[in-house]
Ligand binder design. Structure first.
Ligand code: GAR
Length: 182
C-alpha cells in the first residue's frame, strides 16, 4: 500500500519480493508508475471517491483480497487505517516508519529528531495494530545524525536505510523467519 513516489516499493521489487498487487490512496503518484512498469496489478482508491471511510477501506481490502495477497506491506502509505481494516488483516500487515520507534510517531520525524538534538535517527518495521505506530517492532536500522544535517539530508540517509532493511524484513516474514504478533 503506497501513497507517493514509491522508492520503497522499487527497493522491494529490486530485491525480488513477489508483489501481487499495489494499491495507492492517491492517483497519479510515481509508485503506481513503478508498479505498472513491473506489470503488477494496481489500483488507485481515493478516500474522496467514497461516502465514508468504511466504504473506502472495504474497497481497498476487497482489492487486496481479490489479488490473493497473504501479506500487506505499507510502504509510504500516509492515511490512518481503522481497527476494522487492521483486524481484517490481523497478523498479516506491516508498516515502515521513518523513526526509531517509539520515538517520533506521526509526521515530520526528521525535523523533529534534529530539533530534539538526537544523535541518531532511523527507521522501524513493525506489525500494525490499531494504535498509530505502536505495533510490535520487527526490526530497526539506525542512522547517525551529523552536525550539518538538515531534515532533507537526514531523510535521504534514512530512506537509504529503509531501502536496505524493509525488503529483507518482508522476505524474512514470507519465509517464516519472523515471529508473528501475539
Ligand atoms: C518513507 O520514508 C516511509 O518510511 C514514510 O514515507 C516515505 C515513503 O517514501 N512513511 C511514513 O511516514 C508512514 N507514516 P516512498 O514512497 O519513496 O517509499
Amino acid at each position: 500500500m503506497i501513497s507517493g513516489k514509491g522508492s520503497n516499493l522499487a527497493a522491494i521489487l529490486e530485491a525480488g519480493v513477489p508483489v501481487k498487487a499495489v494499491v495507492s490512496n492517491r492517483s497519479g503518484v510515481g509508485g503506481l508508475d513503478i508498479a505498472r512498469a513491473a506489470g503488477i496489478q494496481i489500483a488507485a482508491i481515493e478516500r474522496k471517491a467514497f461516502a465514508g471511510r468504511t466504504e473506502w477501506e472495504d474497497a481497498m481490502a476487497g482489492f487486496i483480497e481479490a489479488a490473493g495477497c497473504n501479506l500487506v506491506a505499507l510502504a509510504g502509505f500516509m492515511r490512518i487505517l481503522s481497527g476494522a481494516f487492521i483486524d481484517r488483516f490481523k497478523g498479516r500487515i506491516v508498516n515502515l516508519h521513518p523513526s526509531l520507534l517509539p520515538d517520533f510517531k506521526g509526521l515530520d520525524t526528521h525535523a523533529r529528531a534534529l530539533a530534539a538534538g538526537k544523535k541518531e535517527h532511523g527507521c522501524t518495521a513493525h506489525w500494525i495494530i490499531p494504535e498509530l505506530d505502536e505495533g510490535p517492532i520487527i526490526r530497526q536500522a539506525k542512522v547517525k545524525i551529523r552536525p550539518e544535517d538538515t531534515p532533507q539530508t537526514l531523510q535521504e540517509r534514512v530512506l537509504a536505510a529503509e531501502h536496505m532493511m524493509y525488503p529483507q524484513v518482508i522476505k524474512d516474514i514470507l519465509a517464516g523467519r519472523v515471529d508473528l504478533p501475539e
